[in-house]
Design a protein around this ligand. Sequence first.
Ligand SMILES: [Zn+2]
Length: 278
Amino acid sequence: MKRIVALLIVCFMVNLSVTAATTTTTAGYTVQSTKLYGRALQTSPVLKTLPTNTPVQYAVYNRSWSNVYIGSTRYFTPSTNLKAGIPKLSSTERLRLVNKQYGLSKTYRSSQLVPLTIPTVYQKGSERTLMAAEAAHALARLYYDGRKQGHTLYALSAYRSYSTQQSIYTYWVNTRGTTYASLYVARPGHSEHQTGLAVDMTSQRMQMGLAASFDQTPEGKWMLANAHQYGFIVRYPKGKEAITGYNYEPWHLRYVGVNEATTMRQQNWTFEEWWAKR
Ligand SMILES: [Zn+2]
């Protein structure tokens, strides 16, 4: 089991490095405003300046300098300006409320989308297997802990772009009518999936589909009881339909961070109620 985990982590690193295939780069972010130089010399010209906390791909060049890759261009920067690790979401992005009232622009796309490392129903490469890095890592921890206890979960749909949501919404309006569509499917720009922080989970027992009976399965029960420990909330709970505007969806998780998810669970608050009371 440990070997499989290690292998998946390696695969993940490879996925993150696609922008600079010839060098092994690390995903990180600038911990302060970072000047990018043409050479590993403080006296060489500054070609670019990156703001604090910008996600980058980098590789250590020598003891004190690192290479930063922007697309396929290589720059030099003092290593002290960079920090290894997964880019953190800003609290604004992590706690963005998206619902029937509050939407996202047509062009909104998180800059931190990475491929999920856990088993997915859609083939890797589909946008639906992408998630913001911080949430993707939290989901991987949830997945591996669940599997250790005998519960194997699969990610069905994570990120969805505005245009994907538009096709889904149009399809359901055309086949089932507006009333049905409005209870189950978000209008384009109003889907949490566009944030890169939401994911629909399923299992083999559910035949990789989505149904409320997921909460009766061992996998679903485990996920519902433990998701908050990894920073996820069950976004559309039973009995809160009037507040969320959606029917009960035990499969839909939304990443908000461990502290917030724990508070919402302890208080039995939806995200809307947490926003109103914070
Ligand atoms: Zn969903």
